[in-house]
Write a protein that binds this ligand. Structure first.
Ligand SMILES: Cc1cc2nc3c(=O)[nH]c(=O)nc-3n(C[C@H](O)[C@H](O)[C@H](O)COP(=O)(O)OP(=O)(O)OC[C@H]3O[C@@H](n4cnc5c(N)ncnc54)[C@H](O)[C@@H]3O)c2cc1C
Length: 875
């Protein structure tokens, strides 16, 4: 075997990732070797030869697309091709592009060490060679390291032992044998029906039931084939920008919004298609536990209708995780197999395995145990997913730090591609990338293309080939990597994924840190991010060459993912600018937009009424009463809308939400609008509302003396100023003030106006439009317009102030919180990371806003708790 001593690139792994990367590297003239532990290509499809092994993404889509010739030269025989066929496909690719010659088979990478002086990796193999290279790529797969079974006595059995992930190449004949299968994940679910067809007795030991959807395998989908034949490039481009790597429109149907019959009809339709389509049956199943449970029950009904024995059926019904939060399985006759007389399910939740013996398996307790005798045990116990193969190699980066110790508390990567401290080290489909949540053929190609561009860039900026030693090094910055980890978590946390004890969370391997490993933000958005990193001059990377050095430190995504999605959607609507409208038109536009919002939670009662302004003019309010027994404390709420737009019902969903969370009555009070009624009319209307509510608290079902003010944006400005006026007038007493993204200073020149003046719904120009309608320039420094500028900020009610990172008003809200605190008031400042001026009020749209609305509810409750305590002390 010829091994170059000094290569441009070493790749570990000859699955689809390693094969395609080798091709790309060779095309660029890079000297490259691939190290592969197996004796052939194929990776996953080389190792996993158990009966029934096949893909669960339609194979028309589980296809590499880098060469248009592949579309015509290879045809899949089935909708979900079998392992032998996919392995042949990998071999076909390796042969077609002459890749075999670049691969060292039966060669395991054992150690890789970065040599800072030489700017090279030294890679040691189990054959004793050390290969030196500029760039080191782990294309070792997310599901390639089988998990060692964590069962007492697992190595004691003296009969035949098989692992689904290391199935003998010559096949296994189970005819006439008593067979145990341990595990009920995807591999078990695929293989159990086929093993049952051979075995004399089959006993399945199940720790956790998984959801499985029928595959309805057959000929490749004609519709998809026709689309690909019509224009493969368009089809593949759509896949690349899709959420999961397979083209298709996302459904607009929400499980919660449908009637039982409608929901069932849609479910039946998707069940009849089969497979992972079920993940897209409704658009709310991965974000709402309630929606998910509706779907789970429909699937459980199917299981109960297939499996005759009710105890077995119930044991097969998953109840400990929402559907989709563990990878759903796709099967052929899995559940029906349990109707066969020689197949038995042992539920390990009631009868745990105590030990594996020389001849079989013992379960239960000493008093009530059972002993099983077997000829063969099949372990279908899964993988040490996503990180196992990476830390399985002893990789040492800069300053002697190993990947294993650096990732001891969980992997940290930038984009799932690179990691701090490990220059010129790349991972294909690493943790923090969409990987196992996607059609991996698409994700693999995208990663390989990105890594190829990076390596080419290192050669180019280093000046290699231009007579110098050349080659640059690349490494992510701490800032970029940390922020990527935060973004990956933000994405996961708006879904139900983290609820499940899944291998996505590392929960299947004892001692493995629990964190959500893949990037849930979607294949398309992820691709956009990776491209943007490059377009922005390799944002978040330090690139060093002999004669140049660049550190473009920064963060690629800070906005909350759901907020970002709403902004993107709004951008596609190309909505007219509010400031280009007349106030009348703007009001109509706003109420039309409001009509499309989800309604918010149910409250006990909603009552509309009027109260008199200072000059007797009747103004409208809307009262939201909690469903709990009263009387309740009362919050006088002032809506947002820049003193020009909105009314007592315009913040309806938000007011309902506040009502439920605070268990207080919310009185959303109107105030007269500019430009018809300019400053200070609205301020005095605010004071009139507070005074009237305080006087009528009992009539409204409230607790006298327990009245707070709250508001959003311009409404928060009214609330804040009302607190000043009430203090100066000696009442009414205010228990607290809740100010969400308040206007506190009309000078509009803070840094946040510049940073966030465009692109986040409330723009600087819209704010100027509002302000110009509301108030004359000469009055803008009045404390009744800009409470931050008030000479006296002492003796104001306790305040909770919420500011948002991407809000032009952020800095003035922050300044007001500081000023109130300096003046001796109690202040709680909540800074909402990744949010905009409008996002926290978007109830049932922006999930990442929930925790902040919880805090707002808690703030109101604490105002009143304090008020009632001090009243009691006073009494
Ligand atoms: C049973 C099963 C079914 C799957 N079905 C689907 C599906 O339907 N759709 C889908 O998108 N994905 C599926 N996957 C995921 C699948 O792993 C990927 O789609 C894809 O095949 C991964 O390719 P890869 O080249 O990145 O990694 P792998 O195919 O895992 O290849 C990695 C290679 O690296 C080698 N290797 C690892 N460590 C070392 C080392 N230290 N030294 C030398 N060699 C090493 C391994 O031997 C292996 O050959 C499935 C996975 C499994 C296990």
């Amino acid at each position: 075997m010829a091994v170059d001593a000094d290569l441009d690139v070493v790749i570990v792994g000859a699955g689809f990732s390693g094969l395609y990367l080798l091709k790309r590297m060779r095309d660029l003239g890079m000297s490259t070797r691939v190290l592969e532990a197996a004796d052939d290509v194929g990776g996953t499809w080389y190792w996993n030869r158990y009966p029934g092994a096949r893909c669960d993404i339609p194979t028309t889509d589980y296809t590499l697309s880098f060469d248009p010739a592949l579309e015509t030269e290879w045809t899949w025989s089935e909708k979900y091709a079998t392992q032998p066929e996919i392995l042949r496909y990998a071999q076909f690719i390796a042969t077609k592009y002459d890749l075999y010659s670049g691969i060292d088979f039966v060669t395991r990478a054992e150690q890789a060490t970065w040599d800072e002086a030489a700017k090279r990796w030294h890679v040691r193999t189990d054959r004793g060679e050390t290969i030196t290279c500029r760039n080191y790529v782990m294309a070792t797969g997310c599901l390639s390291l089988p998990k060692v079974p964590d069962i007492e006595g697992h190595d004691r059995f003296s009969g035949e032992v098989y692992f689904t992930s290391r199935w003998p190449h010559e096949g296994v004949d189970l005819t006439g044998k008593r067979v145990a299968v341990i595990g009920t994940g995807s591999s078990a679910i695929q293989s159990i029906p086929l093993m049952a067809a051979q075995a004399d007795k089959l006993t399945v030991f199940q720790r956790t039931p998984n959801f499985s959807i029928p595959a309805y395998n057959g000929a490749a989908d004609q519709e998809r084939l026709a689309q690909i034949a019509a224009d493969a490039a368009v089809y593949r481009a759509e896949a690349k920008l899709s959420r999961g790597g397979v083209p298709g429109e996302a459904t607009l149907l929400a499980a919660r919004a449908l009637t039982d019959d409608e929901r069932r009809a849609r479910f039946e339709e998707v069940w009849a298609i089969g497979g992972l389509e079920m993940l897209g049956v409704f658009n709310d199943i991965l974000v709402s536990e309630e929606a998910n449970e509706l779907l789970c029950e429909l699937i459980r009904e199917k299981i109960r209708s297939i499996v005759h024995d009710p105890v077995t059926a119930e044991a097969l019904c998953p109840k400990d995780h929402p559907f989709g939060t563990k990878r759903p399985c796709v099967d052929t006759n899995y559940y029906a197999t349990f109707n066969l007389p020689h197949v038995r399910l042992v539920d390990l939740r009631t009868d745990p395995i105590t030990t594996i013996t020389e001849t079989g398996i013992e379960t239960g307790t000493e008093a009530d145990g059972e002993t099983f005798e077997f000829d063969a045990i099949v372990f279908a116990t899964g993988f040490d997913a996503m990180t196992g193969a990476l830390v399985g190699v002893d990789i040492t980066g800069r300053d002697g730090h190993t990947l294993k110790e650096q990732w001891a508390h969980g992997p940290a990567t930038y984009l799932g591609l690179t990691t701090v401290g490990f220059p010129n080290f790349f991972t294909i489909t690493g943790p923090g990338s969409p990987s196992v949540l996607s059609n991996m053929a698409v994700s693999i190609e995208q990663h390989v293309d990105w890594v190829t561009d990076a390596i080419a860039h290192l050669r180019d900026v280093g000046g290699a080939g231009a007579g110098t030693d050349g080659w640059a090094t690349i490494e992510p910055t701490e800032t970029a990597q940390t922020a990527w980890g935060v973004h990956v978590n933000d994405c996961a946390n708006i879904t139900l994924y983290p609820i499940a004890n899944s291998w996505y969370m590392g929960a299947n391997v004892p001692g493995k840190p629990r964190m959500f490993l893949p990037y849930v933000g979607g294949v398309g958005p992820y691709r956009v991010i990776c491209d943007e990193v490059v377009d922005k001059g390799w944002l978040g990377f330090r690139i060093e060459a002999t004669h140049s050095s660049q550190c473009n430190d920064g963060v690629i995504r800070e906005i909350m993912p759901d907020v970002g999605m709403v902004l993107e959607m709004m951008a596609t609507l190309e909505l007219p600018l509010v400031e280009s409208m007349s106030p009348e038109e703007a009001r109509e536009f706003m109420s039309a937009s409001s009509a499309m919002r989800p309604p918010g939670p149910a409250v006990g009662e909603i009552v509309d009424g009027t109260f008199p302004a200072g000059d007797g003019t009747p103004l409208t309010y809307r009262l939201y009463r909690p469903a709990t027994d009263g009387p309740h404390p009362v919050v006088v709420y002032f809506h947002g809308g820049g003193w020009v737009l909105g009314d007592h019902e315009s913040d309806d969903p938000f007011c309902r939400d506040l009502c439920v969370r605070s268990n207080a009555i919310i009185v959303s009070a109107d105030y007269r609008h500019a430009p018809e009624a300019r400053f200070p009319v609205a301020v005095h209307d605010g004071m009139a509302a507070l005074t009237w509510v305080a006087e009528h608290a009992t009539d409204l079902g409230g607790i006298p003396g327990q009245v707070a003010v709250a508001g959003w944006s311009a409404g928060a400005n009214i609330a804040a100023v009302t607190a000043h006026l009430a203090r100066d007038a000696g009442g009414p007493a205010i228990s607290g003030q809740l100010l969400l993204t308040p206007v506190t200073d009309l000078s509009t020149d803070s840094a946040s106006y510049i940073e966030n003046g465009e692109g986040y719904v409330l723009t600087a120009s819209l704010m100027h439009w509002f302000t110009d309608h509301y108030i004359d320039p000469a009055d803008r420094t009045s404390p009744l317009a800009s409470p931050l500028l008030a000479a006296d900020l002492a003796n104001l009610p306790p305040a909770t102030i919420i500011t948002c990172q991407f809000d032009p008003l952020r800095d003035e809200g922050t300044a007001y919180a500081h000023a109130l605190a300096e003046a001796g008031n109690e202040v709680h400042h909540i800074s909402a990371r990744g949010h905009t001026h409008t996002s926290l009020t978007m109830v049932d749209i922006i999930i990442s806003g929930v925790s902040y609305r919880e805090q707002m509810g808690a703030a109101l409750r604490s105002f009143f708790d304090r008020a009632s305590t001090s009243a009691a002390v006073g009494a």
